[in-house]
Design a protein around this ligand. Sequence first.
Ligand code: NAD
Length: 497
Amino acid sequence: MGDVLDHYVDGKPWSGTSDRLSPVYDPARGVVTKEVRLASPADVSTAVTAATAALTEWSRTSIAARQNVMFRFRELLTARRDELAAILTAEHGKVLADAAGEIARGLEVVDLALSMPHLAKGEFSQNASTGVDVYTVTEPVGVVAIITPFNFPAMVPLWFFPLAVAAGNTVVLKPSEKDPSASNWLAELMVEAGLPPGVLNVVHGDKDAVDALLTHPDVAAVSFVGSTPIAKHVYTVATGEGKRVQALGGAKNHMLVLPDADLDLAADAAINAGFGSAGERCMAVSVVMAVESIADQLVSRIRDRMGGLRIGDGRTGNDMGPLITGAHRDRVGDYIDVAGRDGATVVVDGRSVSADGDPAGFWLGPTLLDDVPLTSAAYRDEIFGPVLSVVRVDGFAEAIAIINSSPYGNGTAIFTNDGGAARRFQQEVQVGMIGINVPIPVPVAYHSFGGWKASLFGDSKAYGKAGYAFYTREKAVTSRWLDPSHGGINLGFPQNT
Ligand code: NAD
């Protein structure tokens, strides 16, 4: 057992007052490498007080000065990205190449935050009425709580805090207690880049810490990412407290393969999107819908490719790492039995994998299920592991009906060479992010990220213009400076003449 990870409040590590701790594992070795503090509501309050105290000065700091901090942060993060990738692999388990990709996608949002001078430009209507100008300005919302999941310990915090901070807010970040170190590392780097203490604080914890943030009167807005039941809880509680909330939830993403598709391209895509990061991605493809006429061919091409995947320690050049915990690995593995009992064909059973790593690691190999009934929990539930289900369909209309009957609406993809079919697919699916021959359609930072239905509670997506709007509120100003030639007293309403 190693160190204890502290909170990071007011520009320095802080141990808080709670004596509750939670273990942090190296999932590839199955050992506890450190413990993390679990904040009490009083600890959360201390962090919110630090953020509140920093707010007035930071929100009045010029855009140019805030930009300078973000530019320096970008330089430091770019130079030291390997250090962060090593932390991600050590605590999450994802392979180093995937950790590097996560950081690259996070850096895109830092780049977006660097366009703050443009995002923050208001609107101006000159002479809206005679001698009257109307303009809209935006101001930061205040103290923002950011609560993030285990599966992207750097990218998801980076979806939010660069924009929130660059827009003049102060932040309390509550990362997943399963892989918490990346958040401290990022907050320390922001301070090294020149961010004043108290602007970006990190508290670690579980439900106690989250609920304290949701109900704290000085928290103005909440950005949450996690599973659907918790997203719904966060949305319900925090909106009940009058806060602005965006709560991104779970997913079950379908990939439709039409008979005219390039089946090799589709099989590669299914492998990448189904098993990358061990399937622990909210945009992972977990269901391949194959039109019956090509289903056998597609299943055999996916199965053949699975044989070439190297499963093992993310530090030693493998393709796929372990799952986050032993308990999660067992839960995911149980779905293989569930699917078999419900009538699916288990084409590849990942429980027999031989991994290139410590036998105590939380291993589960890529798993392929065919003919999965829509009534099976293996189809219905978000499994969040390397289990790819194939559902066979008669054609396009049945596929659309299945996608639209899902309670989730995060991502979906179509593989086809028919532009008309792709266009109809894009128009008819009730899903927030759509890929056309692209299996994981995570939008670039200047478009916004977010699903529909049970994949997002609240009206605001993450990053892009929506992200900026979420972290600011508008003031509309109507002003009249009387000209020396004004007509004297007039008690009437302006008549817009
Ligand atoms: P989770 O819901 O268990 O945890 C998310 C956060 O909520 C963590 O910070 C955790 O400490 C906190 N939390 C957990 N239980 C809580 C409770 N009872 N009350 C209050 N707070 C609680 O999610 P996870 O397992 O860390 O992450 C995986 C989930 O996140 C998957 O469902 C995945 O689809 C989803 N996810 C969604 C997106 C998206 O953009 N829609 C992105 C990444 C992950």
